[in-house]
Design a protein around this ligand. Sequence first.
Ligand code: AR6
Length: 197
Amino acid sequence: METSVLAEVVTKRRGWNYDALGNAITMTSKIEVVKADITTLAVDAIVNAANTTLLGGGGVYGAIHRAAGPELLAECRTHGGCPTGEARLTKGYNLPAKFVIHTVGPVWTGGERGEPELLANCYRSVSKIARENGIWSLAFPAISCGVYRFPVDRAVKIAVAETVAELVSSDVVQKVMFACFGDEIYNAYRREVDELS
Ligand code: AR6
């Protein structure tokens, strides 16, 4: 293997990246794990964990709609739903975030129905929309880890792996926050992100 290719593989494995001058930037400087209500975060876009109708729910969905105001629901109606693993973009209305990217995580039913791949697809779909819309900073909730009962450790591994893959390959998305509600989720993200450095 050529030295440059080998260096790239090692670089990606260790979660390092390089800026235009060739200075090493750690992935951990681009990823932040915070205990926060996602609706308070002033990032370009926050991610919503919705259901396939995009039109109702509690949890993080309810918090985002309450904070954004009724215009958000009106714009969601125009999308006519969203399949599991895909994502849709709306404005952020009264939120500090300019946009909301709505994605639909899988309901955990034991792991034999493609749940891990569907969850990975959520992160990929969100990243694609972010790239296409010049979104520099993003905040994710723990998609599928509430009502949809995805095992937290497995979900967090997928979230971090997909985020690193995006940050390594994209020159658009530069900052990703994981907004955690509760110690279990926070500690799981902390452990996984700490392993990158
Ligand atoms: N900020 C950050 N995280 C939050 C917040 C908040 N304000 N509120 C809750 N969480 P869930 P799911 C966390 O159930 O499992 C909806 O009703 C929460 O503690 O909101 O993908 C939809 O309409 C958990 O860790 O989403 C769907 O029907 C995580 O966000 C269904 O729930 C996700 O929990 C989707 O279920």
